[in-house]
Design a protein around this ligand. Structure first.
Ligand code: ATP
Length: 349
């Protein structure tokens, strides 16, 4: 079933209280059997519902839905126009399809995005109204080459925006990830940035900046450790959004930081963000594996990034410059300590 068809049911259940089938059918103007089918569809799309005979059904916690009017009011001064939809496949694909007609600063936000794109055909998974999934169209007078490093500048803006909402532990991971960094716990992925660019080498050009951030929860099927902003506080998130982090507050903070960062990027390029990016890099000076699309890997120590945003890696064969195209970064398994020589181990005993 199309997720757009089941979203009205989600809205009807948004308060987290029990709703009987009869009442839901009346509210939605549907038959009871259609309501049942839609509940089944919701569950098959990964949304948990508690069904109790005689009481009806409810969501495990109230939904923190967005309000288009409140967003527009809070962001008008930043030169952004927002469009909020209940459901779409990909906000970035939607903006790319309309890029010729939309003005710079147009933001498309989806309460529920079901085919979010990552790099190299990977997917961004999102549960309805748990995270933020949105894209921003921006026009640049310069050419596409001048946009090298834009996704890293965006990651800095998103990390600083999340910190401004009270989650200090947000860090970046080269090239385009946001992590929750709470050592000694392993880092967990909190968000991602995907920039699609269009235009000529000499300009003008346009970028569609897609962002996904886990706020109240992350899908359990991400294939790598994932976290949400709520996890940083250690509060019980089921207790009616007890952390005080709202999707509205995070979205407004991110879009404000983003608009300011892009204007600075236009004027000064990535060089203006390089030091901040490095200070936020969770894995600076760490030993990492660079995984290539063909399965090969290169191990080295992260030495920083250059003025274009390429990763600088110290390897046994010398310093290498890694471009973000088709590689992923992973923490390297800890090196196996070489056995101590006989005399040394005797002295230590
Ligand atoms: P990697 O994170 O492996 O280096 P990447 O940065 O290219 O790769 P992205 O394209 O940014 O990855 O994001 C897609 C990947 O992120 C997916 O393959 C999945 O492992 C992970 N992922 C997808 N959805 C989420 C989510 N909601 N929270 C955390 N991680 C996710």
């Amino acid at each position: 079933m199309d997720p757009a068809d089941v979203f009205p049911l989600l809205r009807a259940l948004a308060d987290g209280r029990f709703h009987g089938g009869e009442q839901l059918a009346r509210t939605l103007g549907l038959s009871r059997s259609t309501v049942c089918q839609r509940l089944d569809a919701l569950e098959s799309l990964g949304v948990e519902c508690h069904r109790v005979r005689g009481r009806g059904c409810r969501l495990p916690q109230p939904l923190d839905l967005l309000d288009a009017g409140a967003l527009a009011a809070d962001l008008a001064a930043d030169g952004l126009r927002v469009e909020l939809v209940d459901h779409t496949l990909s906000t970035s694909s939607d903006l790319l399809a309309r890029a010729d007609t939309l003005a710079s600063g147009h933001v498309r936000i989806a309460e529920w995005q079901t085919a979010g794109r990552g790099r190299q055909g990977r997917h961004w998974l999102a549960l309805p109204a748990q995270g933020l999934t949105f894209s921003l169209l921006w026009r640049f007078s310069g050419g596409v080459q001048a946009l090298a490093g834009l996704s890293l500048a965006v990651a800095v803006a998103v990390a600083r925006a999340c910190q401004a909402c009270g989650v200090d532990a947000v860090r970046v991971k080269w090239p385009n990830d946001l992590l929750l960094h709470q050592p000694p716990r392993p880092d967990r992925k909190l968000g991602g940035v995907l920039v699609d660019v269009q235009g000529d080498a000499l300009g003008p050009s346009a970028a569609v900046i897609g962002i996904g951030i886990n706020v109240h929860g992350a899908s359990g099927e991400t294939g790598q450790p994932a976290a949400a902003l709520d996890d940083a506080t250690g509060h019980d998130v089921t207790a009616n959004n007890a952390t005080g982090i709202t999707r509205h507050a995070v979205l407004v903070s991110v879009l404000r930081h983003l608009a300011a960062a892009i204007r600075r990027f236009e004027a000064e390029g990535f060089a203006a963000f390089r030091d901040d990016w490095q200070s936020l890099h969770a894995w600076h000076l760490h030993t990492v594996d660079v995984l290539h699309a063909d399965g090969s890997r290169l191990q080295g120590v992260v030495a920083g990034i250059d003025a274009d945003g390429a990763l600088l890696l110290e390897t046994p064969g010398g310093r290498q410059r890694i471009l973000s195209g088709d590689v992923s970064l992973r923490t390297a398994a800890p090196p196996i300590a070489p056995p101590l020589p006989q005399e040394a181990s005797a002295t230590l005993r």
